[in-house]
Design a protein around this ligand. Structure first.
Ligand SMILES: Cc1ncc(C[n+]2csc(CCOP(=O)(O)OP(=O)(O)O)c2C)c(N)n1
Ligand SMILES: [Mg+2]
Length: 620
């Protein structure tokens, strides 16, 4: 029965194509604040989505905007950075044609999966009716008729569905939104949308298109688990808190800062958690592990209780499980997912970080620990000041990455966000960057080269009032830079600091630490006929960005400040040296060194490796 009121079908059914139904439905899924959960859709069209999804996006463009990018992977990076900046409360969709457009996004899906961030992949798929088989870009599996290129998304999405009938939209879409708005399961969703089905009509129930509010719930912890953790904290003498991304997603920043201050518990921030507590907070001891601060790692080594809050305990955080070295130490993990809460033999509490901390706090009474080592903390700040200080005026050598960070530090405000993903800078920033609250965005779950520029655009779209500083190495820039053109077109301003050290500096250092010869990382050690002279300024300028080269650290500072007035991205290229790395802090990282073979440096490296590996403690 068709029931119309004021021209709009009500109560009965609405005849739409499956793609039209999808876009219409997405346009009315809202957050508690009343904004669309899926703000809009990044799109590159091909035969697998132009006629179905493309037509539908055009039809609903007033209520669900479409944005054109340059590469499916980097469009998805922008989407992911947007969702991370919005603390998973809003997201973007990305649509691709079938085949290469889709598989271009598999890396981005993995990135979102590791980082537990919501993004909706709407991938064109082969014909459900199989009439034109094999359609252009169909991979054809010899053994399985239902396999398509989109099956690559299965291990890297939290929900995967293939829409092979128009009515599948009725079940697939609510499941997709459920996954993206669930704090426990939150992650990427792939809806593989058969291209013929996109265009097929169906009589959808009109009620399906009623607006729906998606509230992010706060799971309460089990009281017995809370009590066990409270007992463990009361029994401890020297606890530390490892503060991860979950603190930000649950909005537990203030509570955690206050909890730590009242009870004298040092906070160590992971890459995902950095910036939850301002660096000025007296209990902020920097970072733990491989890219840890000296005072932070000293606190970790002495700790008899490690309290993880919203952390996955990845190897950088734990120094591959060597940094929490006290033989008496126990591990507590507060996490919204049991998978993380029970890792490595931890005493776990499954629950929202904020609610769980509130309950632990209430039950702890007056528990307060001996004053943390304020001297170690101030010594650390002095060490940071030393490596980040501006070079002497007459210094006739290239600046280090640490000095580049120092330049930003001196001109930064409370609005500045430093962002990065791969290379030397993530470690250097975690150790050295003194972040104001909310002033840090690092993709270090997947550490994906090429996230940086598109990611910076995504941050700026989510937080227009922030000054976004994107650190990118020459290697990452070469891997993916083309969303710079998108940012120019869309007038999304941010500042890129491109550190050109002529190669993969961080991996070159790692190679040597592992006893290897310098090989295939820096251009000087690569199999090339001529050494490249890549003009990054000209390259970035060709896409319409404001681009210039900084003559040195003082000039870099001036250029960062000058960029603030522009409405387009600014790219500041600076030549840097590749030897120093982070320059301070640090801890062992498990990267396996060959067990047999020479030369001497390799044998020595393996001896060091064995000695460190013997210190690993992988179970509580
Ligand atoms: C997609 C991808 N490929 C490879 C790596 C491994 N990797 C990590 S950092 C790096 C080199 C980065 O070079 P650059 O951006 O120039 O930074 P630098 O260390 O020289 O400052 C490589 C190859 C990665 N993280 N991501
Ligand atoms: Mg480099």
């Amino acid at each position: 029965m068709k029931d119309t009121k004021g021209g709009e079908p009500m109560g009965g059914t609405v005849r739409l194509t499956a793609a039209q139904a999808m876009m219409r439905w997405l346009s009315v899924q809202v957050t508690e604040e009343g904004t669309r959960f899926i703000e809009g859709v990044w799109a590159i069209f091909g035969h697998g989505n132009v006629a179905g999804v493309g037509e539908a996006l055009h039809r609903y463009s007033e209520v669900l905007p479409t944005w054109r990018g340059q590469n499916e992977q980097t469009m998805a990076h922008a989407a992911i950075a947007y969702a991370k900046t919005k603390r998973r409360r809003r997201a973007h969709a990305v649509t691709s044609s079938i085949g290469p457009g889709s598989t271009n996004m598999v890396t981005a899906a993995a990135l979102a999966h590791v980082n537990r961030l919501p993004v909706l992949f709407i991938c064109g798929d082969v014909f459900a009716n199989r009439r034109p088989d094999p359609v252009l870009q169909q991979i054809e599996d010899f053994d399985e008729g239902t396999v398509s290129a989109n099956d690559c998304f299965r291990p890297v999405t939290r929900y995967f569905d293939r829409i092979t009938r128009p009515e599948h939209v009725l079940t697939a879409l609510p499941r997709a939104l459920r996954t993206m708005t669930d704090p426990v399961d939150c992650g990427p969703v792939c809806l593989a949308f058969c291209q013929d089905v996109q265009a097929e009509a169906f009589d959808y129930p009109a009620a399906f298109f009623e607006p729906r509010v998606w509230r992010i719930r706060r799971p309460e912890p089990d009281p017995v688990e809370v009590a066990a953790v409270v007992d463990a904290i009361k029994a401890a003498k020297a606890p530390v808190i490892v503060s991860g991304g979950g603190v930000l997603y649950s909005g537990a920043e203030e509570l955690l800062a206050d909890f730590a201050a009242r009870r004298n518990i040092p906070i160590l921030e992971t890459q995902a958690g950095k910036g939850a507590t301002s660096f000025e907070h007296p209990m902020n001891f920097g970072s733990p592990g491989v890219t840890g601060s000296d005072c932070g790692n000293a606190a970790c080594e002495a700790a008899d209780l490690v309290i993880g809050v919203g952390t996955r305990f990845q190897d950088f955080t734990t120094g591959s499980w060597t940094v929490f070295a006290n033989p008496e130490r126990r591990l507590v993990s507060i996490n919204v997912h049991g998978y993380d809460a029970l890792k490595h033999g931890a005493l776990g509490v499954v629950g929202d970080a904020k609610v769980t901390l509130e309950k632990i706090d209430a039950a702890l009474g007056q528990t307060r620990f001996a004053a943390a080592d304020a001297r170690a903390r101030s010594d650390w700040h002095a060490a940071v000041a030393k490596v980040t200080a501006a070079p002497a005026k007459d210094a006739n050598k290239l600046p280090s990455d640490a000095q580049v960070i120092g330049a930003l530090q001196r001109v930064a405000t409370e609005h500045t966000v430093a962002m990065c993903a791969a290379g030397t800078m993530p470690g250097a920033l975690q150790v050295l960057w003194q972040a104001a609250k909310g002033g840090y965005h690092m993709e270090y779950g997947y550490s994906c080269m090429g996230y940086e520029i598109a990611g910076a655009m995504g941050i700026k779209l989510a937080a227009p009032d922030r000054e976004v500083i994107c650190f990118v190495g020459d290697g990452s820039y070469m891997m993916a830079n083309s969303e710079l053109a998108t940012a120019v077109m869309r007038r999304v301003p941010f500042t890129i600091v491109l550190t050109d050290n002529r190669g993969y500096g961080c991996i070159n250092r790692l190679q040597q630490e592992c006893g290897g010869a310098e090989f295939n990382n820096m251009y000087k050690d690569a199999n090339v006929e001529v050494q490249p002279e890549i003009d990054f300024v000209a390259h970035a300028a060709s896409m319409g960005a404001h681009a210039e080269k900084a003559a040195g650290i003082a000039d870099l500072e001036a250029k960062i400040v000058a960029a603030r007035g522009r409405d387009i991205p600014s790219v500041i290229v600076i030549d840097t040296e590749a030897v120093s790395g982070t320059g301070a802090g640090g801890h062992w990282w498990d990267v396996a060194v060959p067990q047999v073979g020479g030369p001497e440096r390799l044998i020595k490296a393996r001896e060091r490796y064995d000695a460190n590996a013997a210190l690993q403690r992988v179970f509580n």
